[in-house]
Structures are given as C-alpha cells and as structure tokens.
Design a protein around this ligand. Structure first.
Ligand code: KIV
Ligand code: ZN
Length: 432
C-alpha cells in the first residue's frame, strides 16, 4: 500500500472521472542517449554513454534509445560495444533512430547486426513548413517517402531473422501537422508493416516543438487514437518537448487521452528547453499512490551521474531533485513542518505541509528541510537546536532568543547554520 493519497482527494471520491486520472504507469522510454545527447554542448563519449546506459538500466528502464548510429562514429561504436560485449540485459530493449534515407537506414541495420532485440525508429517531417520550405515535397511525396522507407525496414529486418524487431515511426512535427494528413502517413506506414496485436509497432507522436496548450495536444492524440487504422496493433507513444514549459502537463494529459508510452529524458535534458522530464512524471505518479516502476530511491546519486554524463548542472529548484526543494526558510512554513513532524505516526498517510513527498523516499534526509535565514522564525531556530544539539528551549526563551538571532541575520543578510545558532546561544546565555 502506498503512503500517498490517490487522486481525486477525499471529498471528490464519489465522482469518478476515469479518464481524468492516470492510474497506471506508461511504458517508459529514455531518449537521454539520443535526443538528450544531441543537445549537449559536449556530446557524451563512449565512457559517459556507457555510464548513462548503466544508470538507466539500474533505474528500471526497459526501453532505451541508445543513439543515431548512422549519424556519428561514436554512436555506431557505442552500439557495437553494447552488442558485442553483451551489455544489454535480457529484459531491456534498445532503440535506435534513423532518418528516412536509404544509406542511413542501411548503415543502421549494419550497426544492429547480432542484436537479440531492437526497436528501429524511423522518422520524417510531416508539417507544412517542413514540406514546403525544407523538403520541397508535397503531401503525396511525403506519404511515398514514409512508405518506401518503411518497406526498406521490413526488407532489411528480414535479412536478420534471429533478431526480434519492433518498428517505430514518428511523424516529426506531428504537433504542427494537419491531423488528417498525419493519419494518412501513419496509416500508410502501418499498412506496410502490418502489425498485429501480438507483434505491435510503435507510433510515436512528438511535440517536436511545443506550440499549443497541453490540452490541445492531448486532444490531437485522442483524435489520432480514435481514427488511425489498426489501433489494436499499435503502441501509441508520445514524445513531448518543453518549449512552453508544459512538457509534463502535455505528457500527463496525453496519458489521460489514451497514450500508452512516453519518451523523455532524466531531469528534462534535451533540445532547446529540453525533452519531457521523465523523473517528474514518474514521481508525480508516485505521490498519487501509483507505483511508476522506476526506482528513484537514490535520486542524488542519479543526479550526480547525470550531471557528469551531460556536463550540465540540475537546477537547485528542479522538482523532486533540486538541492533546495525540501528546504523551508520561511518562519510559518517551518513552524507548520515542525508541528507536523511532531504529530506524525509511522504509518500515517503522507500529509505534511509544504512537503509533497517524503524526502526519505528519494534517499534525501530531513536535515535540509529547515534552514534559517532572515525570513525564518522561532520554529526553525528551535527545530535546529533540538534536532542537531538536543537542546529544547522553553517557549519564552524561544521567543527571546529568536529575536537575538534575527538581529544577527538582519545585520549579515546571511543564512545561519545550526552550528552558528548554537554558538550564538552559548555566547548569549552561557553561565560559567
Ligand atoms: O522531437 C522529435 O520530433 C524527435 C523525433 C526524431 C522523434 O526527436
Ligand atoms: Zn525530440
């Protein structure tokens, strides 16, 4: 049983909105090693890629996009290393991306020689601006391009029958594409692949660039789910980016709209403002009593590894993981947290003011929950003296001493550690 309250909260329980909750986790696919990597100032070398891959496996990802092997020698070599050194666990399927161009597709299948299982991910742009300005193709030509390359996938896969293949197609810029046209392209691709309910293909719907509110995108996903042919043989995947800062909302609403699978990166790395932050969605589910099937119980260690691999810092206010997200400086918050900790019993449902999740569930401690600066009050000061030095002050002394601390902090403008507070207390009240 989860210690977190499921949604909707008490009081709304009689109203059931089955399509307005996410009650089971999606299939997760990490694209850190591909979309995340292609956005880095210094793309990962093979050693950093391997470290990231092992971290993703340890977290519990069962589908991992490991690169774009026809795009660079490092990507190709990394894939060969995974295969030749048997680094892919039996319950993990790797995924690779290729553009819809014959030489790239041939090189991709060459890089995959000998892999036990793989998802091969084909994409081409479908949006009007890409058709008109970048590709110089009309609608019929785009459909023919997707069909021809889907057929090539099928033929090349048939040459390696020992591998268990899954095909994936992305209409790049789906979010900017006319719905009936994206349906036409998707139907053309699935007509070639002929998936079945037992051997599904994946149709991945990207917000290559976020350009609408999340509900509009989720409505598009729902429309596509209702209208595509062979729905029962397709895994519907969603690949949000975060240009409007709404990647997480887009993902959650898309799941409510019926999507089965999410692609994204740890802590939202990725092109421009990033890909969907998978940690955010997973822990949002967790705090509503739904087990995400991903293990973030040592989140700081994961953050440090990701920072090393990406050579990019995670912001101190990043949801769930930032250095400051379990810390309260304000006096009234500190007071409420202190009282709630004192009243809490072991098996109580988690209902703590200002703490949406128990930091201990992520391997964080309570130590950083209360920190003292000029915004703080007596609650925080006495909490630190008590928890760090076992010093319980009577209420009147708490009030008096907090004014002393306040004067010092107003003068310096700096944070006061538990040690600073204790030393000040000793100076002020010590009787020799
Ligand atoms: O954002 C995007 O459209 C992509 C595709 C290649 C899936 O990353
Ligand atoms: Zn992307």
């Amino acid at each position: 049983a989860s210690k977190y309250r499921s949604f909707p909260p008490v009081g709304l329980k009689d109203r059931t909105w089955p399509d307005q909750v996410v009650s089971k986790p999606p299939v997760w696919c990490s694209v850190d090693l591909r979309d995340g990597n292609q956005a880095l100032i210094e793309p990962m070398d093979v050693a950093r890629k391997m470290k990231m891959f092992e971290t993703l496996v340890a977290i519990g990802f069962k589908e991992i996009e490991v690169g774009f092997p026809s795009a660079s020698q490092i990507e190709f070599d990394f894939l060969r290393m995974l295969i030749e050194e048997n680094r892919i666990p039996d319950d993990v399927t790797i995924q690779v991306l290729t553009q819809a161009r014959e030489p790239l597709i041939r090189r991709t299948f060459e890089a995959l020689q000998g892999v036990p299982r793989a998802i091969v991910h084909l994409y081409n742009a479908t949006a009007p601006v890409m058709r008109r300005v970048v590709l110089g193709m009309d609608e019929d030509q785009i459909v023919a391009l997707a069909e021809t390359n889907a057929r090539m996938f099928k033929d090349l896969a048939a040459e390696q029958p020992a591998t268990q293949w899954t095909f994936q197609y992305s209409p790049e810029m789906y979010s900017n594409t006319e719905l009936d046209f994206s349906k036409r392209v998707i139907d053309a691709v699935t007509a070639v692949w002929q998936p079945t309910p037992e051997r599904k293909c994946i149709i991945n719907l990207p917000t290559t660039v976020e350009c609408s509110t999340p509900n509009i995108f989720a409505d598009m996903v729902e429309w596509t789910i209702r209208h595509v042919e062979r729905r029962d043989s397709i895994v519907i995947s969603v690949h949000p980016h975060n240009d409007r800062g709404t990647g997480t909302a887009t993902a959650e609403l898309s799941l409510m709209a019926g999507a089965d699978r999410l692609e994204g990166c740890l802590f939202g790395n990725g092109e421009r403002t990033g890909n969907l932050d998978l940690v955010n969605v997973a822990l949002n589910l967790y705090t509503q009593g739904v087990s995400p099937g991903l293990d973030f119980s040592q989140i700081d260690e994961i953050r440090r590894t990701v920072e090393h691999c990406n050579q990019l810092p995670v912001h101190p206010r990043h949801p769930y993981v930032g250095e400051l997200v379990y810390t309260s400086f304000s006096g009234s918050h500190q007071d409420a947290i202190k009282k709630a900790f004192a009243a809490r019993r072991e098996d109580d449902i988690w209902d703590m003011p200002y703490l949406p999740i128990d930091p201990k569930d992520l391997g964080r401690s309570y130590e950083a929950v209360i920190r003292v600066n000029s915004q703080s009050g007596k609650g925080g000061i006495s909490y630190l003296l008590e928890s760090e030095y076992g010093l319980e002050l009577p209420r009147r002394l708490q009030i008096e001493f907090s004014q002393v601390v306040q004067q010092h902090m107003d003068a310096t403008g700096k944070e006061f550690s538990a040690k600073d507070i204790y030393e000040l207390f000793e100076r002020e009240y010590r009787v020799d």
